[in-house]
Structure formats: C-alpha cells, structure tokens
Design a protein around this ligand. Structure first.
Ligand SMILES: Nc1ncnc2c1ncn2[C@@H]1O[C@H](COP(=O)(O)OP(=O)(O)OP(=O)(O)O)[C@@H](O)[C@H]1O
Ligand SMILES: [Mg+2]
Length: 235
C-alpha cells in the first residue's frame, strides 16, 4: 500500500502509510495500543474507506474492494474480534468460507477441506457445535481455518494471540509456521514483539498512525535488545 490515509469522522488515524509484503514473505506490523494497526486492517479489507492512497495486490488496485470480494484477489483477513457467525456451527462457518474460496479459485484450490481441518484437530472435534460455545482459543482456530478456506496467498491477522492461553498461542504459532513453509504471505499485526520476531522476517513499527521505523531482515534481534528503541516505539 502507498500513502494510505484513513480515519473516523473528523479524526484522521492513518497518515501517509506505505508498506509492502512480497510474495510469500512474512512481515509484522507492531505498535502500541491505539497506534492505528486495526484501522489499517479495516481499511485494507474494505470495512473503512481509504481517504487517500492506494492498496495494490498482485498488480490489481484493490483500494475500494468490498470485504466479500477480497478472496478473488487471494487476500484473507482474521480480524481482531474474529467475526464468526456465533449461532452457526463450526462446520457451517467453514462451509460458507469454502464456497467463497471455491468461487475465487475454481478447481485450483490452495487448501483442501481435509488439509485445513487437519491443521486444527480441536476444531475437527467440534464441527457440530455452535461457534459461540467454543473457547476463545478454539474460536481463533476456527477463524484461521475459515480464512484459509478462502484460499488466500496473503493472510492478514490482527493480533491472533491476544488474550489466549500460552498453550493455545503455541499451537497457533505452529500453524502459522507451517503456513509459512507452504509459501503463504503473512502480514501479522502484533503487540507482542517476541511473538512477532519469532515468525516474521522483518517489520514495520507504527506510532500515532504513521510508520516510524522499519526492522529489516536480520534486524529483529538488535531491535529487541535496544531497550531505548523498544521503549520509544512500543511504550
Ligand atoms: N470506530 C471508531 N470510531 C472512532 N475512533 C476510532 C474507532 N476505532 C478506533 N478509533 C480510534 O483510532 C485510533 C487507532 O485505533 P486502532 O484500533 O486502529 O489502534 P490499534 O493500533 O489497533 O490498537 P490496539 O493495539 O489497542 O488494538 C485510536 O485513537 C482509536 O481511539
Ligand atoms: Mg487493534
């Protein structure tokens, strides 16, 4: 995306934000509470209108693309609040996504039903349950499984580990690593820089709606050990 700006009413949140995720690359976006990370995700997935700038995916301008058309462009998003259909069963939630994914990719599916459910054994056991009866961690897994069935080559995840038990976080990280090995592109929004550094190659640091620092490939360690930098950008 280039020079993206967005906001709510009179409030401008994103100011001139430019960032890039290459094919199969894993990039993090980190920043303190209220920095504008979720606003960026909402703008990318068409839930919030961009006030300026452009979002381009594989050469197509997707700036004003509504959320339900993003799968056509190989993009899937796991939102902060997951946005599952709580009253529907796990299976029904996944079937809805699979249908959209099939429409986007035809016979050329990147992830089969069996592959996706095999990644999340817990989800498989709860197929018939209404999603709202699942734990937070199980719901997060359903949300990721659903995103994969949309057949993306780029997955955007807004703080997938926040509020979950350490064991669940570990399971989710393993899945993300497996996806990376399959060549999935990843934009990971994460406040926990320890987690971000474990699964991404490089990162952008956002503060008050702007990118204020870039952590290049191989620079995670030096960033994390520079207390002054960490405190300045992440509080
Ligand atoms: N729906 C909204 N209406 C008005 N202002 C909003 C709305 N959502 C967010 N904001 C404001 O936009 C700014 C950025 O919020 P945003 O949720 O993007 O931050 P964030 O980086 O995702 O924070 P967190 O790490 O807490 O999730 C904040 O000042 C917030 O108060
Ligand atoms: Mg947020």
């Amino acid at each position: 995306m280039t020079s993206l700006s967005a906001g709510y009413g009179a409030l401008t949140v994103l100011r001139d934000v430019s960032l890039k995720v290459g094919d199969g690359e894993a990039v993090a976006l980190v920043g303190a509470n209220g920095a504008g990370k979720t606003t960026l995700v909402r703008t990318v997935c068409g839930l919030l209108r961009a006030r300026g700038g452009r979002i381009v995916k594989n050469g197509s301008d997707i700036t004003a693309t509504p959320a339900h058309d993003l799968a056509q462009h190989g993009l899937a998003v796991v939102l902060e609040n997951r946005r599952l259909f709580g009253e529907l069963s796990v299976r029904e939630n996944l079937i809805l996504a699979e249908t959209v994914g099939r429409k986007a990719r035809g016979a050329d599916m990147r992830f089969s039903w069996d592959e996706v459910t095999a990644l999340f054994p817990v989800v498989k056991e709860r197929m018939a349950s209404p999603v709202e009866l699942l734990s937070g961690g199980q719901q997060q897994m359903v949300a990721i499984a659903r995103a994969l069935l949309l057949q993306p080559d780029l997955l955007i995840m807004d703080e997938p580990s926040t509020g979950l038990a350490p064991k669940v976080v570990k399971d989710i990280l393993l899945v993300i690593k497996a996806l990376r090995e399959r060549g999935m592109g990843l934009l990971l929004i994460e406040q926990n820089v320890g987690i971000a550094s474990e699964i991404t190659d490089r990162a952008y640091v956002m503060s008050v709606g702007s990118i204020v620092h870039e952590i290049g490939p191989g620079e995670w360690q030096s960033f994390l050990t520079d207390e002054r930098l960490v405190r300045a950008y992440l509080g």
